[in-house]
Write a protein of this length. Structure first.
Length: 141
């Protein structure tokens, strides 16, 4: 579940960080995000829903530093219109390295996205696929 929460947060941060600087429309306010993760070793998908307040001042490129907040580094960020995609490389601190590809499409008050992460250990490959959707549900309280 730790990786699931990490990547849900990573997606929210990337959505927030790219919105104003690159033109992806995200409205500030209270957002509800639902993600479903399916691990390669388990056939049972896990779904998680969180609510997060995204303030106007969080919608700029200087609002976070991934090196401080996350073991993940984003690269190859590509933004075209209302779509964003990027690569992720995460070092978990226990010698494991995961790489992935992520994307989302925004309509300003709703988003849909997906991603995949993979790693290899002792000759075995493992990872997960995740899809998520989010919607603005109102003003922050």
């Amino acid at each position: 579940m730790r990786i699931h929460n990490l990547l849900t947060g990573l997606a929210a941060v990337l959505i927030s960080s790219t919105s104003n600087a690159a033109g992806v429309a995200i409205q500030p306010g209270l957002w509800e995000m639902t993600s479903t993760m399916t691990m390669t070793m388990l056939n049972q998908p896990q779904t998680n829903t969180v609510r997060q307040c995204i303030e106007e001042d969080e919608l700029g490129p200087d609002s976070f530093n991934m090196e401080q907040d996350s073991p993940c580094q984003a690269s190859d960020i590509n933004i075209e219109g209302n779509k964003a995609s990027w690569s992720v490389n995460c070092s978990t601190g226990d010698g494991m390295n995961m790489v992935g590809q992520w994307e989302f499409t925004s309509q300003g008050d709703s988003i849909n996205g997906s991603g995949t992460m993979t790693s290899e250990s002792s000759g075995q490959q493992f990872g997960f696929d995740m899809t998520w959707s989010g919607k603005r549900i109102g003003a922050c309280e």
